[in-house]
Write a protein that binds this ligand. Structure first.
Ligand code: NAD
Length: 253
């Protein structure tokens, strides 16, 4: 049955940054497909917990600030203790700083690169090591961006990090695909979350962006549901190192 290809019953996914926004949307869609959720957050994820548990699956909250790699061992240890390990990792936590490149500070560079790229890599490394040790298949979904493909303006550290996410997705796929680990990325377009609040509040930028989206609207967290379940499930077993744009057609323009 084709629906079995997308079934995640009995699987466990670690989802970073899922108290809100796109991470919350993806956690709920994975839970809806039967997956237990390990929610890694700086802040309380109570709302996500309620919605996840409503699907009849289990939820484990792990507190972690991914500005540093220090919490990574604990994330993996707690996952191991509660669920015997994870099958899926969604590297979603991300941050952004906006300023003209001529004024951009080293702090705004480090803050973004540390979360969006460094912690993403080392969490993926820890997850992959655990999969290989146990001879268990794995799925890694890295959250990329339109700025994995384009330059953007006033977001130099974000562009560097998201371009790096696309490169690392390909590198990890090259090295780990033979171990039964699929590494792919989702590249969301312009989605209505905290991340784009400043853009949506600027009437000029908002109009400029909307005018280029063939679908004619900002995306929503629910728009990532199908892509997340696909890349987390057996349906994508021969998909490696791919970046799936969910962008209402932005890149096609
Ligand atoms: P958001 O700001 O609502 O969510 C970001 C999440 O990351 C939150 O849960 C936040 O707490 C978490 N996070 C940030 N810094 C962290 C840290 N130091 N430690 C732990 N968690 C941390 O924005 P969003 O749009 O839902 O963003 C989710 C992901 O999608 C990010 O990687 C973002 O770059 C990416 N993205 C968003 C858009 C968009 O248009 N909204 C487009 C492309 C990519």
């Amino acid at each position: 049955m084709i629906s079995q290809l997308f079934d995640l019953t009995g699987k466990t996914a670690i989802v970073t940054g899922c108290n809100t926004g796109l991470g919350q949307g993806m956690a709920l869609s994975l839970a809806g497909a039967g997956c237990n959720i390990v929610a890694v957050n700086r802040r309380s994820a109570e709302e996500t917990q309620q919605h996840v548990e409503a699907h009849g699956v289990e939820f484990l909250a792990v507190d972690a600030d991914l500005t540093s790699t220090v919490p990574i061992d604990d994330i993996l240890a707690q996952t191991e203790a509660r669920f015997g390990g994870a099958d899926i990792l969604v590297n979603n936590a991300g941050t952004i700083r906006r300023a003209d490149s001529l004024e951009f500070t080293e702090q705004d560079w480090d803050d973004v690169l540390d979360v969006n790229l460094k912690s993403l890599f080392f969490l993926a490394q820890g997850f992959a090591r655990a999969c290989i040790d146990k001879q268990r298949n794995g799925k890694i979904i890295n959250i990329a961006s339109m700025l994995s493909f384009q330059g953007g303006v006033r977001v130099p550290s974000y562009t560097a990090s998201k371009s790096g996410v696309l490169g690392l997705t390909r590198l990890m796929a090259n090295e780990w695909a033979a171990h039964g680990i699929n590494i792919n990325a989702i590249a969301p377009g312009y989605m209505a979350t905290n991340n784009t609040e400043a853009l949506r509040n600027d009437p000029h930028r908002s109009q400029e962006i909307l005018g280029r989206i063939p679908a004619g609207r900002w995306g929503s967290p629910e728009d990532l549901s199908g892509a997340a379940v696909f890349l987390a499930s057996a349906a994508s077993d021969y998909v490696n190192g791919h970046a799936l744009a969910v962008d209402g057609g932005w890149l096609a323009r």
